[in-house]
Design a protein around this ligand. Structure first.
Ligand SMILES: *[C@@H]1O[C@H](CO)[C@@H](O)[C@H](O)[C@H]1NC(C)=O
Length: 255
């Protein structure tokens, strides 16, 4: 009986500890994007989500990062990836912000991490897993589905470090999204993503990579579960070596 009490007490402390952890991690990371012009009649980020000139916490002129953090939290809670501080205390965001935040061009009218009049100091949320901050890069030309030279030996992702990746440069700007041709992207069994990419506000989503087995003309002989995230102007994918082994590889779209 004493034991049970001890266990219950321990569990209680443990639960309090866990909720403290999740509370202290409630604010996700964000990174500065830059200082950009805005226009009254054509807002680059159209939604005023909180105005710290009048709402709590009102601007603390000795520490503007309190304002920025509060804006970041409000933006994250509402599913915005891009947000900005304008006129020191106005917190602006937009669900298409990744497309529009710089539409009026760059500006120098910012200070201490916030914009002055009609100027946005723009930030980007980096996601719950920090997936949008510094993903590993896959950029070799031979990884593109448009790379048609048959390599010998084939290349393989067997030593890939599990984690978040983005496609870039000659590999393309996203993972291949249609079935690659036989022996393209430098490998025997080309991996490509079935289905479409998510919107930024959807956060991390589940997706499937199909493995193309050319000898059977089978575009989806194996399926590999992956995660995909739209970071605004690029996608990231949570990848690990494919179950099917060598020689298989995740292919870029070559665009
Ligand atoms: C400003 O506020 C932030 C967030 O509350 C805090 O972490 C930081 O230490 C403060 N900086 C100064 C200089 O007081």
């Amino acid at each position: 009986m004493k034991n049970l009490q001890n266990i219950l007490a321990f569990l209680g402390v443990f639960i309090v500890f866990c909720s403290w952890i999740s509370f202290s991690q409630a604010l996700q990371n964000f990174v500065p994007v830059g200082c950009f012009k805005d226009k009254l009649q054509d807002r680059a980020l159209p939604d005023l989500i909180i105005n710290h000139r009048i709402s709590d916490p009102v601007i603390d002129w000795s520490n503007l990062s309190i304002t920025v953090q509060s804006c970041a939290k409000a933006a994250q809670d509402k599913g915005y990836v891009y947000f900005a501080l304008q006129f020191w205390g106005e917190c602006w965001a937009g669900h298409s912000g990744h497309l529009t935040y710089d539409k009026h061009g760059p500006s120098t009218h910012c200070e201490r991490g916030v914009g002055k009049g009609y100027t946005n100091f723009v930030y980007r949320n980096t996601g719950v897993d920090n997936e949008c901050e510094a993903p590993r890069v896959l950029d070799s030309e031979d990884r593109a589905m448009t790379y048609s030279k048959k390599l010998a030996p084939f290349l393989c992702d067997e030593h890939m470090v599990p984690g978040w990746y983005r496609f870039k440069g000659k590999a393309g700007n996203a993972i291949a999204n249609t079935c690659p041709a036989k022996w393209s992207c430098g490998t025997h069994m080309a991996g490509w993503m079935k289905g479409s990419h998510p919107q930024p506000s959807q956060g991390i989503t589940d997706a499937k990579v199909c493995i193309h087995y050319p000898e059977q003309n089978n575009c989806c002989v194996g399926e590999e579960p992956i995660k995909v995230r739209n970071c605004g102007r690029f996608y990231v994918y949570k990848l690990k070596p494919a179950e099917i082994g060598c020689f298989s590889r995740y292919c870029g779209n070559g665009r």
